[in-house]
Design a protein around this ligand. Sequence first.
Ligand code: C2O
Ligand code: CU
Ligand code: CU
Length: 438
Amino acid sequence: MEGTDVFDLALGHGETEFFKGVKTRTMGINQSYLGPTVRLTAGNDVRLNVANNLSEDTTLHWHGFHLPAAMDGGPHQVIRPGTTWSPEFKVRQKAGTFWYHSHTMGRTGAQVWAGLAGMMIVDDEESAGLGLPSTYGVDDIPLVLQDRVFTEDLQMPYAPGFFAVMNYGLIGNVPLTNGTVGAFFDATTGLLRLRVLNGSNSTFYGLHFSDGRRFFQIASDGGLLERPFETNHVLLAPGERAEVLVDLSDGKTALLRAAPMHGRAAIKADEVLIRTLSGENDPFNFLEIRPSGNGDATRVPETMALLPEVRASDAVRTRAFELDMGLKHTINGVKMDMERVDEVVPEGQTEIWEITNKSWMAHPFHVHDTQFRILDRDGKAPHLREAGLKDTVVAYPKETVRILVRFDDYTDPALPYMYHCHMLEHEDHGMMGQFTVV
Ligand code: C2O
Ligand code: CU
Ligand code: CU
């Protein structure tokens, strides 16, 4: 069709050589593990032909995208084996780093673990004019960060025990970077842009460089921040993204690593580095960056995106969401039920969603169809790093986070969108709810 970008994505079983000479059974999209980066242009129409060549039901969700509920790829858009699902929508995002992944009811954890995920990048005019590194694979690098548990014969069956399900989720011990063990990158430029996705099932990553070097965070989940923010660490919960700019002009090798943390240990970002340097965790070495040493000096823009002011007074109502765990994982006291619509939200009205974490561990709360803004955490304004566009926000234990949300353009009284904890073992075991936009 004219004016429509078309992508063919085929989901299938495969074998992947994570370790030399050994084939691990996996799932992938157009390849044996993970899928290709889908690059989109804001304002264009896109059609994705998703063919299910697996022997089981699946779905494919476009995480972070504003689109009609029927195109969302959530639990209601089941793709049966041997069939193809072809959603079509307009790209209404700002430039940013997004992703796609299986969202099959009760099987999201298993299918993402096996490999059904990939990155999506959106470009727009505002970002193109900033002079940011943007040559894919040269100075603009996608990083899908995950961790897995391998058996003695180097298979990675999805087998979260009862304890993992009821507690931290499935936490691996082998870090994978774009599906690679021991990843490295030969950098040829002085300034490198990394698009980092925490694509793990349930692990929080306290990302930093082993030499403690400083870098700039330039984007959060839904796009560029208003201004680059200088730091030496970024905490990413499952589902969250950040873009960073790293200065390599000193020619020294830079090792990007993460302190892996489960949700109970996950603490506020500013404390992460202290814990890491104190040697509390064995770090996951995600990427060794080897500069050629002939890079130019750093040029980082001073201002980037223009974002609307965040005003609580714009909201016409407040909805409360209570996350809890005990013998079951619940939101507002109930487990996910595909037959029950939990919230009916009017289109085009700004609301405050008040997320209260009653449990003793952190949960990343994700909302479909929108990019929201964080109003406050226990009454305190958000840190710069999360003051931009977000679709996933961590609620720390016993904390209340208020977000400003709004659902525009699309209504569907029958088909719901999801909100849920993005720790996939929690999601699959009930910490999810549904809302329609009318
Ligand atoms: Cu990343 Cu409901 O999903
Ligand atoms: Cu999503
Ligand atoms: Cu959770």
